[in-house]
Design a protein around this ligand. Structure first.
Ligand SMILES: [Zn+2]
Length: 176
């Protein structure tokens, strides 16, 4: 387990080096790495989640756990398309950021509780299907993050400047 993790971290730094060299776009088969910090739990993970033409299951499970409903501790699979959005964002923004997670998976109970408190939480939220994340990226202006996400045309983009995050999902292409 430890050596596997070391291998993933080593691959991450290789991928980061490649991206810093501006080659990330040039090689569609280059490993794709992500780094995340869950602001509620303080947990961090960086790992190569896609390599040699396929998703790395260990890494996906690791990110699923990091993105769990921290209120109920329920873990739900996150649609890998969400990770592809984050990867495309880091390529577009030209940085190797640690993406800060405000919200990942939300259980129906948690979503209902949040909906009662905030009009910004939809009753049929894609967070309940593991298809949405609320994020911010240190060093990237929120409006720039929103514009980069919208330019991808890969799903929904919500702008929440009052709470300092952008919502991205793999649902219908739409914005609010
Ligand atoms: Zn959201």
């Amino acid at each position: 387990m430890l050596s596997r993790r070391r291998a993933l971290e080593g691959a991450f730094f290789s991928a980061a080096t490649a991206a810093l060299g501006g080659r990330a776009m040039a090689d569609p088969l280059a490993p794709r790495a992500l780094s995340m910090l869950n602001l509620h739990t303080g947990e961090r993970l960086k790992a190569v989640y896609w390599d040699a033409g396929g998703y790395v299951q260990d890494a996906l499970r690791g990110f699923d756990k990091l993105l769990r409903d921290h209120r109920t501790t329920e873990v739900h699979p996150i649609d890998p398309g969400v990770f592809d959005i984050l990867n495309a964002l880091q390529v577009r923004l030209g940085v190797e950021p640690t993406v800060q997670i405000i919200s990942g998976y939300r259980s129906p109970a948690t979503n209902a509780a949040l909906h009662d408190k905030s009009a910004g939480v939809a009753t049929g939220s894609l967070h309940m299907q593991g298809k949405a994340l609320d994020i911010r990226v240190p060093g990237v202006k929120l409006a720039n993050l929103r514009d980069a996400a919208w330019a991808l045309q890969k799903g929904g983009v919500g702008f929440y400047p009052g709470s300092d995050f952008v919502h991205v999902d793999v649902g219908r292409v739409r914005r609010w």
